[in-house]
Design a protein around this ligand. Sequence first.
Ligand code: ZN
Length: 122
Amino acid sequence: MATHYYTIPEIAKETLAKYPQVDPERMKRAVELADARNLHIAGYDENGEAIPRPSYDAMIIKGSKGWYIIRPKAHKCTCPDCKKGNICKHRLAVYLYRELLRRTYGEKILQPHDPNTEPLPA
Ligand SMILES: [Zn+2]
């Protein structure tokens, strides 16, 4: 049986077909952003407080006016476009990236790391 490897553009195409409310232009930018070079797990929250167990539930992207925090489960991003009520390119980028990880490695990779039950190698 052939193994299927998902790609970001493929997931983007699927998402556009499934959700007509997603703007294709923002999705185009999101495909360029949905990369480990641009997307990072946030160590600090919107108020500058350290996040105790950083995970893919709070990610950051550098935008034109600083760093934006994206909270995929809350459907939120701190950028001006999202504040206007749009599904911004940052949220779409995080969605694509998480979806790629989930399909490739399974749900567990998206869960926060628990140092009490899963210690890092010494
Ligand atoms: Zn945004």
